[in-house]
Design a protein around this ligand. Structure first.
Ligand code: NAD
Length: 447
């Protein structure tokens, strides 16, 4: 696995270019975030598995009874589960794929991967890296194809006892329904409608810069993006001015801009696998994944207009003249910020998964919490405040898998990643990945 990690590292710039071409995301983002994270997923789990330990228990005899010779030693082993089925989406293709492949292999499983049909390229490059690193044939397998055929066949296959799925909540429901009667072990990482909550006592400039990054990284196509902005009423207007002014700087452009085989070396993670925030990365703006996805985003803009939403920014495709000629048919959409909608409107509570932010004012902490908890989703959220007691209190009461205080997307690979409510079933990361990608067996030896 260290060799796989090094194989990927040796091709970082090329892989970032491939990811950019396949997805329409900025090359600079793939170089700063997607590929370094894929490299570190392998090196992190390669190291982490060396530090795993399992339990042993001594019972009876000298411990609980009077006769030393009647005791028993129990020891618990982790066992591989077998063939793992991995299904991944298009937004962070190699990043999310490696987040599953690395722990699956570390725990001794073999994998069958179904990449997104929209972004298959870096999965192939990963397979090449595995061959060069000497992974035995048959350990890592890829089946390309649509979800409807290749994906569902994998989920239904009786020789695949584990499914790890990342994708939309509607697809997750289908995966869960197919896997349940086959008693498969299942992890579902699904959609989100995450809030960024800004209290008046926060550092507004820093909060605005982070909220923009949370809203628009990867054109808003990250499951963790903060697409609902909840701002305390006394600072609402001032904060929205700052937020919109920063978001205005995100101009759709050639995603491949800056590509060069001698691009600056990527920031890497520490040897302990602790991931820093991608805040060093300049926020540039690419294209959406497909024509169909842009139409989905546009349909929400129409709904927002019909409901009297005020477009503070965007709400349309960029004018073709503003794009280089070669990109005029690209699936670009402007960063969009809407106010004036009801917090219960479909636009405010449904996942759009694009560069589309809806902002609402709140007056009290209680109201902010009700709004933050007011969707079917519960993946992640960020709260900005300088009141430490409030930060803890708010984080405790938030029905979500992950909370960031005064930051966003600061990940540590040892910590649990996952969602609650319609956002997910099960957590992965660090020892949580060990638990998911193995089953335990207890062996009892009569002494
Ligand atoms: P999607 O659900 O359409 O597809 C995800 C994967 O599932 C693809 O590989 C697809 O081919 C496959 N698939 C589709 N139908 C299937 C079926 N019936 N059986 C088996 N597999 C099937 O999602 P998408 O549009 O590719 O990705 C966007 C979604 O992913 C968003 O909702 C986003 O929030 C979510 N996402 C979640 C996380 C997370 O960690 N929670 C991370 C990234 C993306």
């Amino acid at each position: 696995m260290y060799k796989i990690s090094e194989e990927l590292r040796s091709r970082t710039v090329e892989l970032a270019g491939i990811e950019s071409r396949d997805t329409g995301k900025p090359f600079s983002l793939a170089l700063a975030m997607d590929i370094p994270r894929a490299i570190d997923n392998f090196s992190f789990f390669a190291g982490a598995i060396l530090h795993d330990s399992t339990e042993s228990h001594f019972s009876g005899g000298g411990v609980f009874g009077s006769d030393e010779n009647t005791g028993a030693l129990h020891y618990t082993q982790r066992r591989p589960i077998g063939v793992a089925g991995l299904i991944v989406p298009w937004n962070l293709p190699l990043y999310l794929l490696s987040w599953k492949v690395a722990p699956a292999l570390a725990l001794g499983n073999t994998v069958v991967i179904k990449p997104s049909e929209l972004t298959p390229h870096t999965a192939v490059e990963l397979a090449k890296a595995c061959v060069r690193a000497g992974l035995p044939p048959g350990v890592l397998n890829i089946v390309h194809g649509s979800g409807r055929y290749a994906g569902s066949a994998l989920v239904a296959h009786e020789d695949v006892p584990l499914i790890s799925f990342t994708g939309g909540t509607m697809t997750g429901k289908i995966v869960a329904a197919t896997a349940a009667p086959l008693f498969k072990k299942v992890s579902l990482e699904m959609g989100g409608k995450n809030a960024t909550v800004v209290f008046a006592d926060s550092d507004l400039d820093k909060a605005a810069a982070t909220a923009v990054r949370a809203a628009f990284t990867n054109q808003g196509q990250v499951c963790l993006c903060g697409s609902r902005l909840l701002v305390q009423d006394v600072i609402f207007d001032a904060f929205m001015d700052k937020f919109v002014a920063l978001a205005k700087k995100l101009v759709p452009a050639d995603p491949y801009l800056g590509y060069s085989t001698s691009a600056a070396p990527v920031a890497s993670l520490t040897a302990s696998g602790v991931a820093g925030p991608a805040s060093h990365a300049p926020l540039s703006f690419g294209a959406l994944i497909s024509a169909a996805h842009r139409e989905k985003v546009e349909s929400y803009a129409e709904k927002a207009r019909a409901e009297g939403g005020v477009f503070r920014l965007g709400g349309a495709r960029p004018s073709p003249d503003s794009l280089p000629e070669a990109f005029r048919d690209g699936f670009f959409y402007q960063p969009t910020v809407v106010t004036g909608l009801s917090p219960t409107s479909a636009v405010s509570v449904e996942e759009i998964f694009g560069p589309f932010v809806v902002a609402h004012p709140f007056s009290t902490e209680k109201e902010a919490l009700e709004l933050a908890n007011g969707t079917r989703y519960g993946l992640a959220g960020a709260v900005f405040t300088n009141d430490l007691k409030r930060a803890h209190r708010f984080a405790q009461r938030w029905e979500t898998g992950m909370v960031w205080v005064n930051t966003w997307l600061l990940r540590d690979l040892r910590t649990p990643f996952g969602g609650v409510k319609d956002s997910g079933v099960g957590f992965e990361g660090g020892k949580y990945s060990f638990d998911f990608w193995s089953h335990v067996k207890n062996i009892c030896v009569k002494l």
